[in-house]
Design a protein around this ligand. Structure first.
Ligand code: SAM
Length: 278
């Protein structure tokens, strides 16, 4: 049963971190001309209505992308520019954002002539909406994203970028993600893999990190943001694991997230380290 709907959370602090890392990876990989096969294993929708009932019920975007947007004049890192460009394009420069793009749209913004995106989404209405939105270069598959990814590797394009972003509704998702990453890496060792996970008071996400620390995959960068005023229970932060980040990615991601840290930013602190070194 799929009960999670990202519309309640779109544009929150975790999305800001995730989509900052995704756009940076895409920009840096595209410094080279060779084609990239992109995979979005848990795609969600392409567009979210921040004024809609679901978004308003949680108000999560207020502490995330709305704050980023309010601070846009103060951001110095040029790596924020592609993020601001897409937000501005979708919102016609309004002071308060009405629309937020989901990961398939962040990917599509970057696709060049020979790049391609495969988006997996199991939820019936989300996948239908996505299929209606997708154009020529985006393939939408209503399949399990973890199994589906393994079935598509290695890709025909010379390079690979994968975003793995489950909702972790089921506790076994943490071990399933670790196992899928290890199997995907065996099939395509040079691929760049981005994995999102929640930082929880229960510490469940440690299963994912421990499995990867003990496994064969090397060169895993870990970016974590922690809320300065976390709730007593539940999600207190958000993490990204980046396998095979392009050279210099760590400094540039830190530059972006440090700029939005602290009380004046998103009320977060950012930590960056290697979960598994080279
Ligand atoms: N990646 C999106 C973004 O950044 O905008 C958010 C995705 S949301 C966290 C997770 C999505 O995965 C939900 O839309 C859910 O319906 C979908 N989903 C859940 N289980 C899945 C599975 N086994 N395979 C593919 N999609 C799944």
């Amino acid at each position: 049963m799929l009960s999670y709907l990202h519309a309640f959370h779109a544009g929150n602090f975790a999305d800001v971190q995730k989509h900052a890392a995704l756009t940076l990876a895409l920009s840096m990989m595209q410094a080279k001309a060779s084609a990239i096969a992109c995979f979005d294993t848990h795609a969600g929708s392409a567009v979210y209505d921040l004024g809609g009932e679901r978004a308003r019920k949680t108000g999560e975007a207020d502490g995330g992308v709305q704050r980023l947007w309010q601070r846009r004049e103060h951001l110095r890192s040029p790596d924020w520019q592609p993020v601001l460009d897409l937000l501005g394009h979708l919102n016609a420069g309004d002071d308060r954002l009405a629309t937020y793009p989901g990961s398939p749209q962040w990917f599509r913004q970057f696709l060049r002539a020979d790049d391609a995106l495969t988006a997996f989404e199991l939820h019936p209405s989300e996948s239908e909406q996505l299929a209606n939105w997708a154009g020529r270069k985006v393939r939408v598959l209503r399949e399990d994203g973890l199994k589906g990814l393994l079935g598509q590797l290695p890709p025909k394009q010379p390079r690979l970028l994968v975003l793995i972003d489950p909702s972790y509704e089921i506790k076994s998702d943490y071990s399933a993600v670790a196992e899928t990453l290890q199997r995907a890496w065996q099939k395509c060792r040079h691929g760049v893999y981005l994995i999102w996970y929640p930082v929880l008071t229960s510490g469940l996400e440690k299963q994912l990190k421990e499995a990867l620390r003990a496994g064969p995959v090397r060169k895993i960068l870990m970016s974590e943001i922690h809320l300065n005023h976390p709730p007593e229970r539940g999600m207190t932060g958000s993490g990204m694991l980046i396998v095979n980040p392009p050279w210099g990615f760590d400094d540039r991601l830190a530059g972006m997230l440090d700029e939005v840290s602290g009380a004046e930013g998103l009320g977060i602190r950012h930590e960056l380290d290697w979960l598994v070194p080279e």
